[in-house]
Ligand binder design. Structure first.
Ligand code: FNR
Length: 345
């Protein structure tokens, strides 16, 4: 694809993600955490840091993949890196394919490392990229991990999408075997099934980000970019983030599960941790804050977001992430029905 077209597409994604952002109504509302009246810990005794196989997050939150490859994207990435640094949280960049094809696009990614030299940074590529380019994508940012996005619905709805999927799994395996950092297999808002998680586990992947339905909706975004806008019937495609975490739980396999997709407040984030995620990614929420209120406000807001996760942990009498996993909850009848039907299958 032409570089200028790619850059236009990046800007369209940013604008459409902002325009279609909705602050309410996700499956998180269908999960009720059980309140206990007599906590036995104080807030200053809580430590929600999370130790994964390859790195430790000071807080169980990260800014998830969004952008790169245009001037607007460069400014956004610079500001996201400043937020990540100020809040001491990891950050992923958006797909680096543009920089792998056009050196002029590199700055929109390298700025992230420039702004945050010691931060945990994830690079991002698609599942069709060769392993040498995957390593280049890592080197560009001195990345600590590589997210490989799996976005089949997006590619199929996108007018100019790349719809050759047959080698994705073998290619992911090849990338994993040749690169210098861990791989995170990441959805883009359509969620994951137990079968998908098992499939990537079988080829040696240690991390998934289930990124489920409920927030940024790439079926809707790509449909808006179609001349006839004729595929809105797929707008509810995929598993929600809560359903995806249920899928991971049903599988009960030994893999690091990260959650993202529709997380819009600290309670949603805590619910992800209760349902088994080890950390929680935010994209649309941060982008919206940044666009509406600017950098300083977004830094304050993200610090508050994290602080409020600690408040909820205190309410739940959880002094660490593993305590959260033992918290009791109830599902709404339709969510419980999802569990029952998926347990039988
Ligand atoms: C994304 N997302 C994304 N993911 C990815 O792996 N590579 C990418 O290049 C992009 N690009 C992108 C652009 C924009 C503008 C947004 C908002 C998002 C998907 C993102 O990482 C996440 O999976 C979904 O957005 C769902 O999370 P939220 O937005 O509901 O928190």
């Amino acid at each position: 694809m032409d570089d200028s077209l790619r850059s236009i597409r990046k800007n369209e994604h940013i604008q459409l993600a902002l325009d279609t952002y909705q602050a309410t109504g996700t499956d998180f509302d269908k999960v009720q955490l059980i309140h206990q009246s007599i906590p036995s810990i104080n807030k200053n005794q809580i430590d929600l840091s999370v130790k994964l196989s390859h790195f430790t997050f000071k807080h169980p939150v990260y800014i998830n993949a969004m952008t790169g490859g245009s001037e607007r994207a460069a400014l956004i990435n610079k500001q996201l890196a400043q937020i990540a640094k100020a809040c001491q949280i990891p950050m992923a960049v958006g797909s680096t394919h543009s920089a792998l094809k056009d050196p002029n696009a590199e700055y929109s990614f390298t700025v992230v490392r420039e702004e945050n030299p010691d931060g945990i940074i994830f690079s991002n590529v698609g599942a069709d990229i060769g392993y040498k380019n995957a390593q280049k994508s890592i080197d560009l940012l001195q990345a600590d991990a590589l997210q490989i996005h799996v976005n089949a619905p997006q590619e199929l709805i996108m007018p100019e999408g790349d719809t050759e999927f047959e080698h994705w799994l073998t290619n992911i395996k090849e990338i994993k075997e040749h690169i210098s950092v861990p791989v995170i297999i990441k959805e883009v808002g359509f969620g994951m099934s137990a079968e998908t998680i098992q499939k990537v586990k079988n080829i040696g992947i240690q991390y998934v980000d289930v990124s489920g339905r409920g927030g940024t909706n790439f079926a809707d975004i790509e449909n808006q970019r179609r001349p006839l806008k004729d595929m809105a019937f797929l707008n509810m495609w995929g598993q929600s983030t809560v359903q995806s975490l249920i899928e991971a739980k049903l599988l009960a396999t030994d893999i690091h599960v990260l959650a993202s997709g529709g997380v819009k407040n600290p309670l949603d984030a805590i619910k992800c941790l209760v349902l088994g995620a080890e950390a929680v990614g935010l994209s649309g929420y941060v982008l919206k804050q940044l666009d509406e209120f600017g950098l300083e406000h977004t830094i304050d807001n993200m610090k508050q977001f994290i602080e409020q996760m600690y408040i909820i942990a205190n309410l739940l009498n959880a002094s660490k992430i593993s305590d959260l996993k033992a918290i009791d909850y109830v599902f709404s009848p339709d969510l419980q029905s999802y569990v029952d039907q998926r347990t039988k299958s």
